[in-house]
Design a protein around this ligand. Sequence first.
Ligand code: SAM
Length: 265
Amino acid sequence: MSTGTYAFRHAWELEHRRLELVQEVYDPGTIRHLEALGVGPGWRCLEVGGGAGSITRWLCQRVGPSGTVVATDVETDFLEQLDEPNLEVRRHDITVDDLEDGAYDLVHSRMVLQHLPEREQALERMAAALAPGGVLMEEGLDCGSLVAGPAPDSAFFDDANRRLMDLMAKAGYDPDYGRTIAAALLGAGLGDVGAEGRVAVGLHRTAAAEMWRLTVECFRDRLTGAGVLSDDEIDRLGAFHDDETFSFLYPTMIAAWGLRMPSIS
Ligand SMILES: C[S@@+](CC[C@H](N)C(=O)[O-])C[C@H]1O[C@@H](n2cnc3c(N)ncnc32)[C@H](O)[C@@H]1O
């Protein structure tokens, strides 16, 4: 089984912590959208790339005993720690492995396809897994908003992040992904497409600031190995997290959704 080119390292000792921070920052908005889309008792849900599993757990509890949740990932050990009676955890690579056709009322994924060059085919596979009337909600970041607030070192922060984004893009990451999702849903044949963005602000010692620090830290070896940033520059970037006068705007999290229209006969 291929694991695509997903660039974060599951085996890294801080990866679970990084995923917890992702959840802390983004779950409230994700849940708000899922509630607005009507996810409720009895729904059959598919969560692609479930990570540390908080949205999977929320879905299990939301759909209740009459509903079901399939949560996939290429690395399933975090998901396997969940203890929900209506959950099936599946080791599955969205870039190559099949899904059931027409089986789900909800297909959701967050911060997964953005990393994968095969994202268009993956989205088509996810759309085909929807039952008629089912909804696909896809979430990903748009790095257009990543910018430092006014500070003596803001130019360094912005330049270092640009270099990090360039390195990630070489591994298949699309930093502009967020703005493309709604069009991709239309391209996959979905209707009633909508989208909304939300921007975290990285303030002194917040989850958002720590998440960014760990993102940079995770790439330390590759950044230094490729001569993109030195150890000192990475330390300087990490030190912003402890600076109470500093703030920055995070990449925008775009949530986009669309319906598989029932066929008219
Ligand atoms: C940034 S994490 C996001 C986790 C979770 N969706 C969230 O937002 O909290 C990306 C997840 O996608 C998984 N992943 C990477 N490549 C994948 C693939 N080809 N198929 C399925 N999952 C994949 C990773 O193992 C990781 O758990």
